[in-house]
Design a protein around this ligand. Structure first.
Ligand SMILES: [Zn+2]
Length: 462
């Protein structure tokens, strides 16, 4: 069965997103207010929101009067959170446990994304054709150089342009599913888009990429840096037109390394499983919040708003596109600064900075004396997340060849789980060419969380 897609709604949304890209602050505020009323009307079909909103007219409700929500709270009351009673959590969990169903429509009309993330355990997010149309339009149009008309204006270039997404392919994750969905909807894209697993030895990954010879590489900043270093060392030879990054913070130094190695532009974005395309980069390398479809409230650790220019303790998201699983004042756990001054590019979409989604690179001793092996922190946390019931952990590098795996968990079964985690980690590190790495495991550790509730899963040696 084909993934969810509504051609008419997609075309209308693309037109709307294109025409709103240069909208002024008043028009953006009007769009947000109207969409919030429609969202609250729809949310009332979910029992939890019905209890909150009651018989009140949604047009009279102030967003700040609604309670703050988070992933753990909503997952614990999943049946009350969704507006379609046919969405049953246990059946959905069985569906996402099956990797052969990646990209398939659930109940014929939904896409299911799972997320592990660094806050509050795993989550399951439901998208329908309407919310996907919004993400599709934002991805295609809100770019330094919009490309929605390229298939018609330069079909030869578009048809020949290959894009390699180097991502986690071992689950129903938003990044992999978005690519698989496009491939299934459009046979032409199936020839030019591909997902490449980043959980494989670097030499193997480089060889696979050279076989594909993409013009566009899309991946996490830390993985792009690792590949950039391979390119600079001559072990990788790619001729890229652009590198797209997302999922972690891209620092100026990371951008410079990637651009220098591949002699091309780096385009960054900010998204989450809860809203795929939260902010897009302009030609001036500023991240603009897509504030016509998403409301972000930067707040302090008491949940009170912080002024523009000040880094928040966390951020509350209201997704104006998703009416199936309303995301309202949802604590994303990200520290964000929203800037008051408009960007010199002319867009009135607010400029934001996202802090602390750090992607540490770990350097470990290689098999040959004097050689080192680089592994991305994201890869290590993805590997550890495959260990069942290891819901909370932190991996710290204390010395070049010494790692410590810590967990807050305790009680029966924890020792066995940690032994399994160590074995999975050792196997992965060996496959990456790391040798003689000692991994100490500790359970019942004090809280690993920082004040904003996030855990930095992997910490490299300073
Ligand atoms: Zn700008």
């Amino acid at each position: 069965m084909l993934p969810p897609f509504d051609p008419w709604h997609t075309a209308m949304t693309a037109f709307d997103v294109a025409s709103s890209s240069k909208a002024g602050p008043a028009d953006l505020a009007r769009m947000r207010a109207q969409r919030l009323v429609v969202l609250l009307e729809a949310a009332r079909r979910a029992p939890m929101f019905e209890a909150l909103i009651g018989a009140r007219d949604p047009a009279t409700i102030h967003l700040q009067d609604l309670p703050i929500t988070n992933k753990a709270m909503l997952m614990a009351n999943f049946a009350g959170w969704v507006t379609d009673p046919e969405l049953k959590l246990d059946e959905m969990c069985r569906f996402v446990a099956d990797p052969t169903r990646i990209g398939e429509a659930y109940l014929g009309r939904y896409l299911l994304w799972e997320s592990s993330g660094s806050t509050g355990g795993s989550g399951l997010f439901v998208q329908d054709a309407r919310s996907l149309a919004v993400y599709d339009a934002l991805e295609a149009i809100r770019r330094p150089v919009p490309r929605p008309f390229e298939p018609w204006l330069q079909p030869w270039r578009w048809l020949d342009e290959r894009t390699a997404f180097v991502v986690a392919t071992n689950g129903h994750f938003a990044s992999t599913l978005s690519v698989e969905r496009l491939r299934q909807l459009n046979p032409l894209l199936a020839r030019t888009l591909c997902c490449v697993p980043f959980l494989q030895p670097l030499a193997q990954l480089s060889a696979q990429l050279m076989g594909i010879a993409p013009q566009i590489l899309a991946t996490y900043p830390s993985v792009a840096v690792m590949l950039a270093e391979e390119q600079l060392d001559g072990r990788l030879e790619l001729h890229l037109r652009e590198v797209w990054t997302g999922g972690e913070t891209l620092t100026d130094a990371m951008r410079a390394t990637i651009a220098h190695a591949f002699h091309c532009d780096v385009v960054n974005n900010y998204g989450a499983s809860e809203f795929m395309s939260l902010a897009s980069e302009c030609a001036h390398h500023q991240l603009h919040l897509n504030s016509d479809w998403a409301i972000l409230e930067p707040v302090d650790d008491k949940g009170l708003p912080v002024p523009p220019g000040v880094m928040s303790a966390t951020t509350l998201l209201t997704n104006l596109a998703n009416h199936v699983q309303p995301i309202i004042r949802y604590d994303l756990g990200d520290r964000v600064t929203v800037h008051a001054d408009p960007c010199t590019c002319g867009s009135h979409l607010p400029v934001i900075e996202v802090h602390g989604r750090s992607g540490d690179l770990i350097r470990l001793p290689g098999a040959q004396a004097g050689e080192d092996t680089r592994v991305s922190g994201l890869a290590l946390s993805t590997v550890l997340e495959t260990v069942e019931a290891l819901s909370d952990f932190q991996l710290i590098q204390h010395a070049p060849d010494r790692l410590e795996l810590r967990t807050e968990l305790s009680g029966p079964g924890t020792g066995k789980m940690l032994r399994q985690a160590r074995s999975v980690l050792e196997t992965y590190l060996r496959s990456q060419g790391a040798a003689d790495v000692h991994i100490a495991c500790h359970s019942n550790c004090p809280s690993l969380r920082s004040r904003n509730g996030k855990v930095q899963r992997v910490m490299a040696m300073p």
